[in-house]
Design a protein around this ligand. Sequence first.
Ligand code: 6GU
Length: 225
Amino acid sequence: MHIDILTVLPDLLTSPFEHSIMKRAQDKGLLTVKVHQLRQWAVNEYGQIDDYQYGGGAGMVMMCEPLANAIEQLSKERAYDEIIYLTPDGERLNQKTANSLSLKNNLLMICGHYKGIDERIRQQYVTKEISIGDYVLSGGELAAAVLVDSIGRLLPGVLGDETSALTDSFQDNLLAPPVYTRPVDFRGIKVPDVLMSGDHKKIDTWRYEQSVQRTKDRRPDLLEE
Ligand code: 6GU
């Protein structure tokens, strides 16, 4: 998979993919991420990409031309399966969306700033609008990093057995069960006996029951879906 990201703050997106599982995905050649400075497509020598909004009011709007020119140029190099705009009024990201995006080949992500991007770019080019939750971030960059991570770890071959995505929270609309490691007794609190029984059928059953209980307690909304 290849992911292009358009942003006015490329520095925010240099390090997130250079560690751990995202690094492994790239080292294995399963994922490439390229961050592009939108100001390359600015309308003047000052690097302008935003302007006052029609109708008045505080806050700048990201202009059509830089975005359109960037999208059109990048689209000549790659046929995008989705052009994604990260925005708080998008569809809320969940595991199902991450799963389905992980099956694509080429994605373009657009990070918004200020009051967002001109509506005409959303209508003409954007194929999917994603929010990462009901709170406001200063820009789309951290949301793009979250989205890339949630997709990248699902690419076939990225995770080994030891980190399999199949046992993640949300993978069957259930939260993950509790986990324990050494020591068996930490300040008087013991690891549940069943986990040391060696009976894998019993362990699987216990984990499943814990997952269901945890989901009922913490996220009953997931069980209704
Ligand atoms: Cl995608 N962008 C911004 N600016 N804020 C957000 C968001 C995105 N998702 C949640 N909050």
